[in-house]
Design a binder for this molecule. Structure first.
Ligand SMILES: Cc1cc2nc3c(=O)[nH]c(=O)nc-3n(C[C@H](O)[C@H](O)[C@H](O)COP(=O)(O)O)c2cc1C
Length: 150
């Protein structure tokens, strides 16, 4: 198990503000980073059978190596990015067709870094993260919001 936290980056562009701000925020810390844009992750499909044939499993195998996860996402339309949401939807696989893998998420810690243009984080932004973490047995440890126009 790695001691460093793993950043799971969910911007919809490379060289994003979310990445730059996350790197700056974690400057004093060592961390590893996985950019969801570098992986082909299919939308959740009700009719999918295992193996799905994309790179979701590859990402999850990486994630399982870490106890401390940092989800870094831009705020798009008052919510997490589409890239991050596609990843979250696929977590469904871990409570359906890959339950053994899903159980390995129990006890991990997660924090959120959110980056948006508005001065305040949108109302309710944290709710999907909080509830998803609780559902999967992950300890949700809060969200830090970085407005880009402060
Ligand atoms: C599709 C889209 C939707 C956005 N919606 C919001 C929003 O609802 N609230 C907000 O504060 N900023 C919003 N923004 C601004 C971005 O959150 C902001 O520019 C952020 O720094 C972009 O980070 P990125 O470089 O990782 O994409 C939006 C930007 C885009 C492209």
């Amino acid at each position: 198990m790695e001691n460093r936290p793993l950043v799971i980056l969910g911007s919809n562009r490379k060289n994003s503000l979310t990445e730059a701000i996350t790197r700056k925020a974690l400057k004093q810390k060592e961390f590893d980073l996985i950019d969801l844009l570098d992986y082909e992750i299919a939308h959740y499909n009700y009719d999918a059978h295992y193996p799905v044939g994309d790179q979701f499993d590859e990402v999850i195998s990486q994630v399982l190596l870490y106890d401390n996860l940092i989800f870094a996402t831009p705020v798009y339309w008052y919510s997490m990015s589409g890239v991050m949401k596609v990843f979250f939807d696929r977590l469904t696989d871990l409570i359906t067709i890959q339950k053994d893998t899903g159980r390995q998420l129990h006890g991990k810690n997660a924090i959120i870094i959110a980056v948006g243009a508005d001065p305040e984080i949108p109302e309710g932004f944290e709710i999907p993260f909080k509830h998803t973490a609780a559902y999967l047995g992950i300890n949700y440890q809060g969200c830090t919001y970085y407005p880009t126009k402060s």
